[in-house]
Design a binder for this molecule. Sequence first.
Ligand SMILES: C[S@@+](CC[C@H](N)C(=O)[O-])C[C@H]1O[C@@H](n2cnc3c(N)ncnc32)[C@H](O)[C@@H]1O
Length: 295
Amino acid sequence: MQPSPTHRASFSIGTEAAARRVVDVLTEVFFEGDAAVAAFERPDGQWDVTLHFADAPDQALLRELVATSAGNEIAATLAFDTVEAKDWVKASLEDLVPVPAGRFVVHGSHDRDRVAPNKLKIEIEAALAFGTGHHGTTRGCLLLLDHVLKSTRPSNVLDLGTGTGVLAIAAAKALHRRVLASDIDPPSVRVAAENATLNETGQHVRVIRATGFAAPDFAKCGPFDLVLANILANPLRQLAGPMTRHLAARARVILSGLLTHQAPAVIAAYRARGLVPVKHLRIEGWSSLLLRKMD
Ligand SMILES: C[S@@+](CC[C@H](N)C(=O)[O-])C[C@H]1O[C@@H](n2cnc3c(N)ncnc32)[C@H](O)[C@@H]1O
C-alpha cells in the first residue's frame, strides 16, 4: 500500500544514471519512514525526482544527500511544498497517455478499457524502471519489432536492458514464444517480472539480473534469433562482440538508446562483426537501428 504523504520535495536532474543514484540513496535513507520516491523522465531528457513525506522532512539532510549523490547533475534546486494527501506514485502514472507503436499500444492500468481492441496491449506499471513507451527509443524499438514481425516469427528472443519489461512483453504477446529479459538494475528486474505477470506473459518471459552478457543464462538460452537492446551508445559498442557470440544464423538485432550522431560508430562496431544495418528510425533525436546478421 502506498503512503498518503502531504509534504513534497522535488528537483530535476540531468541524466538517468544520476537520477538512479539519487533515488537509490533517498530510498535507502527514507524507506523506513512514511515516504514515497518517484523518478520520471521528461520529453527533454531531464529526470524529475519527487519525494512525498507524511511528516515534514529534514530539509538540510535532504539537500546534503541529493548534492552528494548527484554531483553536479542537478538541473534545478530542491523545492519544498505541501500538497493534498493522495497516492502520488499512482497519480503520476495516471498522467501518462497510451502510446501506439505499430500493432502495439503501451498504456497504464487507468487506460486498460480505453485501448482499441485490435491492438496488442502492453500494460505498464513503470514505478522506478525505465520504459513506459513515451521515450523515442522505446517507441523506435516497438516500431522496428512490429516491422520485423511482418516478415518473420523469431523463436528465441533476448531483451537486454529490459527496464519495465515493455519490449520483452511486446515480443511475447506477439509471438507466444520464449523471451529472456535481463537488466543490470535490481528494481527493474523486479518491475519487469511483475509486468510480465500482469500482462499474462509470465510463462514466456524470464527475467534475470545481469550486466551485459555476464551470466551463464545467455549461453543456456541462446542462440537468439532476435535481440532487442535499448541501452546507450557506448555499452552497445562494447557489447557488439559478446552479443554476436550469442546470435543464431541470420539473426535480427534491434538497437536503440543512441543519439542520432552516435549511430555511425555503433553501426561500424556491429558491421565489423558481420551485421548490416537494414533500417534506421530517427525519433526525437534518438536513433533506433535494425541490423541483420548475414550468415
Ligand atoms: C533506456 S532503458 C530501456 C528500457 C526498455 N527496454 C525500453 O526500451 O523502454 C535501459 C535499461 O538498460 C539497463 N542497462 C543499462 N546498462 C546495462 C547493461 N550493461 N546490462 C544490462 N542492462 C543494462 C538499465 O538499467 C535500464 O533499465
